[in-house]
Design a binder for this molecule. Structure first.
Ligand code: HEM
Length: 200
């Protein structure tokens, strides 16, 4: 069992493993018939997975009364942004060769790309303000309200994922169910707290 002190460093390394695995496949020339698409999709998938992991931390604490998931929430959120940036860089640099005109057209005309870009824009302020310094600067209430945007980013990232396939499949259905479950837990606990008689 990993001790509480070693948990964050162990998770930090674990979150890099998908990237190392993808790098290994790239070096072995083992990315399949369409390596650019594979690279892009894998990085997008890791970004979404990290985002869902960060969204799962608070519900896990609420339901199971565990404190340790809260130690990992920021790390997963930062990794979601990190993988989203790699995903975006692959799209801009490798897929589109920095053709800003084409990229602009894509963002405007392909709603799947529009919603991907919107997700990245939502994640940007969350990543910037994820530090304790920003928490102090904004005040905890404001900071917390801002960070509820993570759920909006979760929904838009999922829409981006579903629209890529144009329909629900097993993978997108599983991810959608996880997000609905996490949102339901938050809403149930929020409603319960509102009903508490001596709530401040
Ligand atoms: C920044 C703007 C973004 C752009 C321009 C973009 C673009 C793309 C493109 C072009 C693909 C499909 C590649 C292909 O079909 O070969 C894709 C797939 C995907 N993207 Fe994005 N994306 C963006 C942001 C995001 C973000 C922020 C997330 C998640 C947090 C995300 C998650 C995904 C996922 C899950 C897939 C599908 C992966 C799979 O099929 O396994 N994307 N994106």
């Amino acid at each position: 069992m990993v001790s509480r002190k070693a948990l964050v460093p162990a998770a930090f390394v674990a979150c890099l493993l998908p990237l190392a695995w993808l790098g290994g496949r790239y070096l072995r020339d083992d990315l399949g018939a369409n390596p650019i698409s594979e690279l892009e999709n894998r990085l997008g998938f890791y970004a979404l997975s990290m985002l869902l992991l960060s969204l799962a931390c608070t519900p896990a604490q609420l339901v199971f009364k565990w404190k340790w998931p809260l130690l990992l929430r920021k790390l997963f959120g930062d990794y979601a942004f990190f993988y989203a940036c790699l995903h975006l860089s692959t799209y801009v640099g490798i897929d589109q060769f920095f053709d800003w005109r084409e990229i602009g057209k894509d963002v405007v005309k392909r709603k799947f790309i529009t919603v991907g870009m919107a997700t990245w824009v939502l994640l940007l302020p969350l990543a910037v303000t994820s530090t304790q310094g920003w928490q102090k600067r904004l005040g905890f209430r404001k900071w917390k309200r801002l960070h509820r945007l993570t759920y909006v980013a979760g929904v838009t990232a999922l829409v981006h994922f579903i629209w890529r396939f144009k329909t629900l499949n097993t993978q997108t259905s599983i991810y959608a169910s996880i997000l609905v479950l996490l949102l339901t837990v938050r809403i149930v606990f929020w409603l319960r707290r509102r009903k508490e008689p001596n709530r401040k």
